[in-house]
Design a protein. Structure first.
Length: 264
């Protein structure tokens, strides 16, 4: 019988693949690298999960690794003492990788560097179909700008746009799906931690704390699978989704090094 790691990997791959095919056949996806459409999903008015303000996105997906950490900790604390070091090492590797690709890596995050290297530009959005290119440093520094605060960045015709400062974004280029990457990593990581905890129950009597830890982790695992489907259906191009998927698998492979070293 296949082990849980293989089952989780197959489920993640199948969900992203089927979701991507569905998005192409039914034209439900949003090309997030296209500056002319990325600020307004064409289905946001009719499909709840196509809106970035949906509860799943605002509460869970924007804090995905935080939630994964919360549900990993009970598994870690109920683990056998001799196994905690390697499980902590796995978590540390995954966390550092998440930060390096999505937040900071001796400067810009690695995903931002990919976007820049593949032709990305920095744009500040003023209103529908109106974006002004600005130096890339404003995107990398995440500095809010407006005509009032940075008049030298805006041509004279844009003097009328005196709205509140806005955060510029990198557009065009290859926008690797950070959601697919993080959800893939989170689901595979949790699946592996659940597997290790289940193996532990076969070696000693199951405790109530461990049972509750397993229940919570499995619930979050299934929520991440649902989130993968939604992201695959509504966001990013096929290439961007599959590059995020491949990256998630690659980082998960690195988290297996502590297990290989311990020969489990």
């Amino acid at each position: 019988m296949p082990e849980l790691r293989a089952i989780a990997a197959a489920m993640v791959s199948m969900i992203v693949s089927l979701g991507t095919v569905y998005s192409i056949l039914h034209s439900t996806f949003l090309d997030t690298s296209n500056p002319f459409i990325t600020n307004n999903h064409h289905l946001s008015g009719t499909h709840y999960f196509a809106s970035k303000t949906n509860l799943l996105n605002t509460v869970f997906l924007k804090r995905a690794w935080g939630w994964t950490t919360v549900f990993f900790l009970p598994l870690f604390l109920t683990a056998a003492p001799q196994h905690r070091l390697r499980r902590a090492a796995q978590y540390l590797v995954a966390t550092i990788s998440w930060l390096a690709f999505t937040a900071w890596f001796f400067g810009p995050a690695l995903l931002e560097r990919v976007t820049l290297l593949t032709g990305g530009i920095c744009l500040v959005h003023l209103e529908d179909c109106l974006d002004v290119p600005v130096p890339v440093e404003y995107c990398l520094n995440r500095e809010r700008i407006s005509y009032a605060s940075h008049p030298h960045l805006f041509p004279t015709p844009f003097q009328a746009f005196e709205g509140s400062p806005r955060m510029p974004r990198l557009r065009r280029g290859h926008d690797v799906s950070g959601h697919i990457f993080l959800l893939t990593l989170s689901a595979l990581f949790l699946g592996d931690q659940i597997r290790q905890s289940i193996l532990q129950t076969t070696r000693r009597r199951r405790s109530w704390p461990l049972a509750y830890a397993l229940f919570g982790a499995q619930a979050l695992f299934h929520l991440w699978l649902i989130s993968l489907w939604i992201t695959s259906v509504y966001y990013h191009t096929a290439a961007e989704k599959f590059s995020g998927l491949a990256l998630g698998f690659a980082v998960f492979g690195i988290t297996q090094v502590p297990l290989w070293l311990s020969r489990e």
